[in-house]
Design a protein around this ligand. Structure first.
Ligand SMILES: *[C@@H]1O[C@H](CO)[C@@H](O)[C@H](O)[C@H]1NC(C)=O
Ligand SMILES: *[C@@H]1O[C@H](CO)[C@@H](O)[C@H](O)[C@H]1NC(C)=O
Length: 409
């Protein structure tokens, strides 16, 4: 009886998710396909909320279904050799050209998958396909990092896993083993992977013991700051397909803590503490967004959570001000050390303004930045290259991204 009831609620929420959608903007291509894809995401998200409320399964455990549904076993073929490795105890998949031509040293890309630090895997078919494509197009070695995920492993563990891999891989001996040219190494990732890539690039350039430098960083619709969750793009796109504002805030709060009051504070943008508030100037969108994006919004600095409820002042949450979580929070002198940068942003993405602000701040600091903006783009599009959820725009993004790497790495 009870399971029937649960089933009914699930069915109803699926139907609601399907019918109660916000109109998808006209300039998004393949709108019906996106609506259907999104309705699957929404239904799963509703189911996850329900199971969490009933105390059956945590939200992210249910959402992990997306990761499992697309899981593959990456194997070698006649063009690409695939090996599971462990670098300093962290799982990685190494993709390299099957034909070893010792004469030419290869490029290398350390790739970090997306999924809000809570979901995703380098073993999902879109990432597997992307890595293979990069191997053959770029004659490159791809190291796809299977970093540990929140909420089981909160910040900074996912970041530290990635950083350990990068430091290990950049040893001269390791690079020689893989026939890699130390002057042609990139770090790259999408979404939360773009966050990790940006954070790693910053930490690496500041590390005096490091003597191999990155040639480029390539950030695909990256997450770059947790301080202001009411930027114009968060407001404009709060109900957009694939990544709603609520889901992004779930990811942020789960990355940091299991304290649900922090999630609720983030939802109202009242989560800053004194330490993070002092850094709000680095994410001030009234200074760092192009006029066309800020014109129709009024800026007000997020308030600091003090006073009324000292228990929830989050004063001890020092990770809120940590640039390894929010790479936008560094001063210009740190940005100046960064390599040539590629940033991809999408118009219909809550994270659009994180990317736009980073572009502006990096350029102000004198870094060479290529910015590709997709006016009809939505978050996660790069992942949608596999039937039946394949989108033309995802293929276009991959083509442009790989072309940029070909010319700049
Ligand atoms: C943000 O920038 C505006 C000017 O563009 C300024 O008036 C405001 O004080 C700044 N706020 C913060 C928190 O930096
Ligand atoms: C911004 O402020 C102006 C003047 O107070 C007001 O007329 C306008 O409606 C506000 N816009 C938004 C998006 O809140």
């Amino acid at each position: 009886m009870r399971s029937k009831g649960v089933f009914l609620v699930v069915l109803l929420s699926a139907l609601t998710a399907y019918y109660v959608y916000l109109p998808i903007p006209n300039n998004i291509e393949e709108r019906w396909k996106l609506m259907l894809t999104d309705s699957i995401f929404r239904s799963l998200s509703h189911l996850a909320e329900l199971t969490e409320q009933l105390g059956l399964l945590d939200y992210m455990r249910v959402m992990m279904f997306i990761t499992f549904a697309e899981r593959v076993v990456p194997v070698s073929d006649d063009r690409v050799q695939v090996v599971d490795e462990s670098f300093e105890g962290v799982e990685v998949i190494v993709y390299q050209p099957a034909q070893i031509e010792d004469t030419e040293l290869k490029r290398a890309i350390i790739y970090l998958h997306g999924g809000g630090w809570c979901l995703g895997s380098s073993r999902m078919s879109p990432y597997d396909l992307l890595a293979r494509h990069m191997v053959t197009e770029l004659n490159a070695v791809i190291v796809s990092v299977e970093y540990r995920l929140a909420p089981a492993y909160h910040f900074p563990i996912p970041f530290e896993d990635v950083y350990r891999v990068v430091k290990y891989f950049l040893h001269v001996d390791v690079l020689r083993n893989y026939h890699i040219n130390p002057e042609r190494i990139a770090v790259s990732g999408d979404s939360a992977g773009g966050n990790l890539a940006a954070a790693v690039a910053q930490q690496l350039q500041q590390d005096s013991r490091n003597n191999v430098h990155l040639k480029v960083q390539a950030l695909i619709y990256p997450v770059l700051q947790a301080l202001d969750l009411n930027t114009p793009s968060y407001q404009q796109n709060q109900h957009m397909p694939i990544l709603t504002r609520t889901l992004m805030i779930r990811f942020w709060s789960e990355y940091f803590t299991s304290d649900k009051s922090f999630f609720r504070a983030m939802m109202t943008n009242t989560h800053n503490n004194l330490e993070s508030a002092a850094l709000l100037k680095f994410v001030n969108w009234s200074s760092y967004l192009p006029d066309s994006y800020r014109r129709s919004y009024n800026y007000s600095a997020p308030p600091v959570a003090i006073g009324n409820n000292p228990v929830h002042s989050f004063a001890s949450y020092s990770w809120l001000a940590d640039p390894r979580a929010s790479p936008l929070l560094v001063p210009d002198k740190t940005l100046r050390l960064l390599p040539k940068t590629y940033v991809l942003t999408c118009e219909y993405d809550v994270l659009r303004d994180d990317g736009l602000m980073y572009v502006m701040r990096l350029r102000n600091a004198g870094v060479d930045v290529t910015h590709e903006h997709y006016p009809g783009g939505f978050h996660g599009a790069l992942m949608f290259t596999v039937w039946p959820t394949d989108f033309e725009i995802g293929r276009k993004m991959i083509d442009n991204y790989v072309t940029w790497l070909k010319l700049n790495l």
